[in-house]
Design a protein around this ligand. Sequence first.
Ligand code: FAD
Length: 434
Amino acid sequence: TKEKFDAIVVGAGMSGNAAAYAMASRGLKVLQLERGEYPGSKNVQGAIMYANMLEAIIPDFRNDAPLERHLVEQRFWIMDDTSHTGMHYRSDDFNEVTPNRYTIIRAQFDKWLSRKVCEAGGTVLCETTATGLEWDSAGKAIGVRTDRAGDVVLADVVVLAEGVNGLLGTRAGLREMPKSKNVALAVKELHFLPEEVIAERFGLTGDEGCVIEAGGTISRGMAGLGFLYTNKESISLGIGCLISNFAETMERPYALLDAFKRHPSIQPLIAGSEVKEYAAHLIPEGGFNAIPRLCGNGWVVVGDAAQLNNAVHREGSNLAMASGRMAGEAISIIKSRGGVMDKASLSLYKTMLDKSFVVEDLSKQKDMPSLLHTNSPNFFTTYPQLISHAAQNFVRVDGTPKIEREIATTAAFLRARSRWGLVSDAVRLASAWR
Ligand code: FAD
């Protein structure tokens, strides 16, 4: 007879590891499949990791997790071609005993979290791709087929944690392929610099870290953002825009990253660095309206595969960890009650998710993705240019009376967007943010 597991988890990224750990640590017999050579080998992230969501899984993670820097400063930049207008928030409060956010390098972090899954009793099989779901005659998922000599592995429930373009769920008809307007393509480089150079350039001490989120003409009118995150001895630099925008504009992602690197506000921060890694990855950005069915008979879907990603706040790994943990906890509860893993019982996972920050946050800003998508030239080119122009007008001193400068700034806004356009953009932005 075939060996049967309580649960099979497909994927060893943030969501899969959280689900596998939640179940294995509660005594369930868990098999986790990862197509990469090792957990993390296929995964790309900025990456900011949010401590609370990891703490809910492994409370003492700070003892041995591979963490780069804890963040004390966050900069938000609105850029035109030669300048940036910024809002910076830096606080010594973030030098707390249990810091709130860290930069991480996913290849190392995922390996560590996967080791925790093994220590908790889970079985992790790498270089193994799940190629299809196995169903019984009543339409319940009972396991997966893998690329290992046509092997079928059986389980009471399958957790689909296969990431944004997870083919298993779409092939099985559990959800559609994400639409191009709901997915961003991000490219990223790792720039190596000595630790003391990073500390000096960003005003950091010890393992303090700083990140920059940037929007503006760098995305050439497309809906997208750039980012710069400080690690211990490297800087993660990247930019991502919606795939539908890339298709319309025929812009090349790498050309965008190249221009971002050469921007006069970015170039001095990475000067002299050695680029050692280049990666490209998709990010689900459709928000609440793009969330597919989350569970069915014998299956649940978590993390990026379920489009659980907050593009407005640049959060993904925390939603992945939280949803994976909740799926794992729900399955453990059903198991402990001796229940069947059918759609009705697995909806406990959806109930838990609906009550959490994950769905709460995504539903709050459910209209934001489509607003940014349909209005991208205004939000990502016109306004950044106007704001840069206004900021320069405000600080430049050349004998022109202030009142003339203020009139010129107002006129520039009215010329570019008209009074009606300005009011309607403000109203739409405010109501989408609500
Ligand atoms: P993934 O991490 O993608 O993991 C899926 C795993 O499943 C992979 O290991 C893959 O190899 C495996 N897999 C897929 N199919 C199969 C199969 N059939 N069989 C076996 N294995 C399979 N989030 C943040 O919180 N902060 C950030 O700063 C941030 N920055 C980002 C920057 C970039 C450039 C990108 C691309 C994303 C960023 N995100 C960030 C988002 C974050 O990376 C994701 O939300 C998170 O990784 C989702 O985790 P996941 O486990 O659902 O999916």
